[in-house]
Design a protein around this ligand. Structure first.
Ligand SMILES: [Zn+2]
Length: 407
């Protein structure tokens, strides 16, 4: 029985059969006996069928697959080659023994710094193609929690250029906080399947769901980097990228509503799926879901001018909390006002909030920290200020404003 090599695959309609190692399952990289690599894709509806049969690092013979090339719409592309293999429903997979064929465990294509910069600027599909990078770890940041865990690391690549990599989710846990204190290093890290992004003008690499991290993996490239500098590598701590944990971003104050801003309306039309504002009231395009939203729903967004005795500020009251205070939904209220200019006419129910005092719990968002914007989003409103509420630790707007200015 004869096998084909990856380099022989072409778009002609032939019955290909290859022997490969599944080197990386997350980004589906296959290697053959001549050390050639090819990317494979499995259509969503076939994933279940194949995922139980495929194990990372194992050898397989594959037949009845489709040989394909990348198209403009394929945004993720882990190898520089244009060829790929598509698993079909009828694709036959047989596991091979290690004794049957010799195929290396790993094969990486590493990018240099210029490629990272070039590909970011290039607005074609290459922008999103996935990058493998190698370098010595020179900086490790703390594990941060930004809805999901994240950690920054700095590496010195083989060209001696420092590059930041931001690891998200489970990959951020693959590196421990002080691992370098107990071991002299150096640590050569390989990070697969990253995408190029920029932050304040600097290019950096961001992990994806296909990213895998290897430290001091035994391949020749690692050895050359380790030999280069024999002395102990200095690893520096990287400061937090995001301010404090979410819990510390919440403050509570007692304040009176002095006025309600009419110019921005009191509701918006929100996507039924994600609640984000749809683009216009005609086409209901949701930029967040990247689709037209069916049956979008009016949602409250009320801009309150408040005073807590120390300072004035603008608090934004969103849907759920507004509903609690007004005992009616934005949809019901906007239906009632449909005959008037609903958007800019303030319903009586809302107008009646003026002059009332509440305990507000506010959440500082990225804009507050970065730009010091004077708009604060209300997380919770406590509408009868009694017993347990008075036990809450209250902050003053002036104090919060000072904190924001200091950062
Ligand atoms: Zn949406």
């Amino acid at each position: 029985m004869s096998y084909n090599l990856i380099k022989q695959l072409s778009n002609k309609n032939e019955n290909w059969k290859v022997r490969v190692r599944l080197s990386r399952i997350l980004d589906m990289v296959l290697i053959d006996e001549q050390d050639d690599t090819i990317h494979a894709t499995i259509q969503k509806n076939n994933v279940k069928k194949f995922q139980t049969q495929l194990r990372e690092g194992r050898l397989y013979s594959l037949s009845n697959f489709q040989e394909d090339t990348y198209k403009g719409k394929d945004s993720y592309w882990p190898l520089s080659k244009e060829k790929k293999i598509n698993f079909l429903r009828t694709t036959v997979i047989e596991e091979l023994k290690e004794s049957e064929v010799t195929i290396s465990q790993h094969k990486f294509e590493f990018v240099d710094y210029q490629t990272i910069v070039d590909r970011f600027g290039n607005n074609k599909h290459l922008t999103d193609s996935l990058k493998n990078i190698i370098g010595k770890i020179v900086g490790v940041g703390p594990l941060e929690n930004v809805h999901v865990p994240m950690r920054n690391i700095d590496i010195m690549n083989p060209e001696e250029i420092k590059i930041r990599i931001t690891l998200w989710g489970p990959t951020s846990n693959q590196i421990e906080d002080n691992f370098y204190n107990n071991n002299p290093g150096p640590f050569v890290i390989i990070v697969t399947s990253t995408i190029v992004k920029t932050f304040r003008g600097e290019h950096y690499l961001s992990s994806t769901s296909a990213t895998k991290v290897y430290i001091n993996l035994e391949i020749p490239k690692t050895a050359t980097l380790i030999d280069r500098n024999v002395e102990k590598t200095e690893i520096e701590g990287i400061p937090l990228q995001f301010k404090q944990e979410i819990s510390e971003n919440v403050f509570t104050c007692l304040a009176t509503i002095e006025n309600i801003e009419k110019n921005f309306g009191w509701y918006y039309i929100g996507c039924a799926k994600c609640n984000k504002k749809v683009k216009s009231e005609n086409d209901f395009w949701c930029n967040n879901c990247k689709s037209n939203s069916n049956f979008p729903i009016p949602r409250y967004r009320i801009q309150l001018n408040v005073d807590d005795g120390t300072e004035r500020a603008i608090f934004i009251l969103f849907d759920k909390e507004a509903e609690k205070l007004l005992h009616t939904t934005a949809r019901e209220l906007s239906n009632k006002y449909a005959t008037m200019n609903a958007y800019s006419t303030l319903p009586n129910k809302i107008e009646k909030l003026i002059g009332k005092t509440f305990v507000f719990q506010l959440k500082l968002n990225d804009y507050n920290w970065k730009e010091g914007w004077e708009l604060y989003t209300i997380e919770k409103v406590f509408d009868n200020i009694s017993n347990d509420e008075t036990a809450m630790k209250l902050d003053h707007i002036t104090k919060v404003r000072c904190q924001l200015l200091q950062t």
